[in-house]
Design a protein around this ligand. Sequence first.
Ligand code: ADP
Length: 997
Amino acid sequence: MNADQLLKAQRHKLIMILGRGSVEIFESILDHLLAWDLLSWEEYEHVKSPEVLSHSSRNLLDVVTLKGTRACELFLLALEDTIHTSQLADLILSSYKPPEKSPEPSASLATLPSQSLQQHRPNIVRKLHGHIAAVLEILHSYGHFSKYECDEVQLPIYTPSQQARKLLDLTKAKGEDTAQVLLDYIESEPGPIKPILGNACLKYQEKLSSTLAAQSRFLTNYAGTENMCLEDIYVDCLLEVSNTAAAQNGCLSFLVSLEDIFGPDGILNKDADTVLITGEAGSGKSTSLQQMQQLWATKQAFQDFTFVFAFSCRRFNFIDKPISLQMLLFEHCCWPDDHQSEVFQYLLDHPEEVMFLFDGFDEFKFQFTDEERHCSPSKPSSPLNLIFNLLQGNLMKNTKKVMTSRPNAVTANLRKYLQKEITLKGFSPEGIGKFIRKCHRNSSSAERILCFVEANSALHGLCHVPFFCWIVSKCHEQLMQNVSDFTHTMTDVYLLILEHFLLHLTQNSRGTNEVLLSHVATILHLGKLALDGLNTCCYLFSAVQLQDAEVSEEDISLGFLVCSHSFSHAHNAVSYRNYEFFHITVQCFFAALYITLNDDVAQLTLYSLFKHRQENPSLCIMSAGCYSGWPFNCHLSHEEDKRRNETLLQEAETSNLQITASFVSGLLSSRNRDLMGKTTLFQKQSKKCRLVKKYLAKCIQKHFLSIPPAVGGEKKSMHALPEFVWWIKCIYEMQDSDLAKEAVSKLQVNHLKLTYCGVGPVECTALAYALKHLKSPVGLQLDYNSVGDLGIEQLLPCLDICHSIYLRGNDISDQGVSKLVERALDSCNLQKIALFHNNLTDACAQDFAKLLKHKNNFLALRLGNNHLTAVGAEVLAEGLKQNNSIQYLGLVGNNVDSHGAKALALMLKKNTVLEELCLQENCLVDEDMLHFAEGLQNNTSLKVLKLSNNRISRKGMEFFVNTLKHNVTIESVWLGGNLVTAEEIEEMTRVERRLIF
Ligand code: ADP
């Protein structure tokens, strides 16, 4: 298929992609097309004028397709340059063979200033970031722009790129003299330095940006083993913004790129200026901030900010004395070599030019509080209090703050001060491919690894977490050598990296257990350090702490601990050398190794690890041995001393405990016990394993029992606590199907609700592993998680035991649906599928039509708020004609117009079972009502027809009123939000009370 065929064939999909993207993306595509001379100025103005993005997109496609193949190729090139690959993958890769050589945009020689501006438009838009005010000042002072025009360009509703485009468009309209002034400015301006910046500030800015550039160039985590240049391996992760304000229009959440995180979408509190990025451990939070630093410092983005200060919250725990704001910036980030007070004053006077990056908010020892107000930039306070006050805006109001955290640490109190919250969702399936290709420049080995990963479903699911993907990519040789020894679990992946590092040290190829056993002492030293650290929320270790845990230089040289050049206590003092585990999950893994391998760690620690966090901690300490929450007899250690030595983990952070507990479960699995416990070294492992198993099974059953009983003999509906997913993950890590059976087979539950529980592909694997043992069919509600196409694949093994599956708002595309339907065809229990608000297009209609045709116990299909058009509706209608069971079809909020409406309406002549048809918020008009009137003439099944928020006027409704006289089955027709007046509504409801407005 060549480019123009592709554009024609996939027109709907393209409109959908462009229409649901942002104005910013659309306009930057136009920038490219203008620069390549593909659009004339008139065409550009015509295309960008409609207010609705999908209309503009239609106009654009009309213009481009008329211009022939080459224009279409250039358009696709611009699309690929601008839009997130995950949104384009199925479109481009599956059906378009790009020409051997990418079409190079041909630029004719520019002679006029306005032509130069146009030919370099994408770069100029970027370059003008942070310069708009300065440029306007110049243009105004030369009399080219009026004051009014300057204000117009700078309206705060525009993003910096949009302001730059306004400026360029207005310049174009003014003529060549104005264009020349602008061009002169652009050519003479060395960088993002604002004209008002004095010498001292300029020098400071240079020092700050070179410091940040150097700091962020490498992924410093791996300094111990290799140098990975960020630029070489960075791949965009999925970043999702929730837009509650737009929820009534169906736009609940959408993806943004890192450079767009300050855009207007998803703002919860416009008075706040902190953007929070949340994500689970390893999802790429630190790396994203590092990328922001790098983009700023190398002048590639974020040039609105003159100064950027980057901090790791982990390190704040180490500052043991009060500090002032000035000390925080200068001593703990970058020291100005002279004129400190002038620089500081500039920062205070221009807060909007300052950005703070705070990484790892969850690693603060204390929770956020707004009780202690601190407004003085010069007075010292505790570092924690300084940060809390910066976030609240008590200090340096109007500075932009970007902060990362794991979700657990985000309290309601903190949320009050957030401008918006963005969720980091790891790699998309395409992202996994890109990452592996970047790590392995040799393309054949990259493809081999990728094939292997994709063929191993559980491994593929794990790889959506970037950190796991890195381990898999790094350990591919070990992985692929032992193909029979399948890697399924997170613990397996971490054992791989452990083995990899140990082998690296010993430089020989002994068997895994030999390698591990020969390093038990090292593992235990690092394990003790890790566990003690978790216990006290300490993630950065001093020389004294290393000594206490008997960690030697040799142990350090393994590479699990990396050197962290931490703060100096005064700017001229030597910096202290501290160490940290190269990732927090690695610290949890070593803590888990210590707990499983060390016979002195006994039941109380295990208990602390697995217990429900809401329980009263004092109760646990005082009577741990006989506490009734402890589900099995705890024969506490006889020696009092030993008991005191037990690590109770009272202060440890919940997500770290949960990760550690999952690793403990994994290490106690029979396979891993075999691996490590062949000697008599670890006698108590079997006992620990029995305890953990018993505990997990009991936890799940107790959780179930704590839910109120069902009414009227019905089965229970269970809204699971987040702990439920964690317990299930622990069971999966144990790889013990008897345990899974024991834990869930007694759950007599009809509906299992796991909405907003952070369920991603990894969790889906675990859920499917356990839930397939349920005795009777269940409705599995996973709305508003991060299941994605990868997660769908993981869920398939438990589809047989689901009578319904709800996956609203889960980033699922047609590819995911295809897998789901294939399995659903053989899942006799499955009767309902809900996929509201995903990324479905007409391509999925074929799959659903097949399902409808062949599955005659199927009851409900909810496809609302996706991107189906008439094409999809027609295909679905064909399937419906041949179905004898379906009761409910939901297509609210799609793009179905007259053709689709006609097909669905006439389907009602054949289908004799459908009871409810939902077509709100589509593009239906009066003529379509004629078809519905015809379809309903002899229909005796449809009870509810929902047509609200379309474009139907009185004329269309009257067709109905006549038909309804002969139809007694219809109970209600919803028609609110259409084109009728209040009087007409009154009149019509008087005639037909089943019309509901
Ligand atoms: P988090 O802060 O969420 O725990 P990190 O940012 O530390 O996660 O990521 C852990 C590792 O995963 C990184 O060191 C890197 O190897 C890999 N990684 C994370 N994000 C990316 C990315 N966007 N591109 C490439 N690799 C990444």
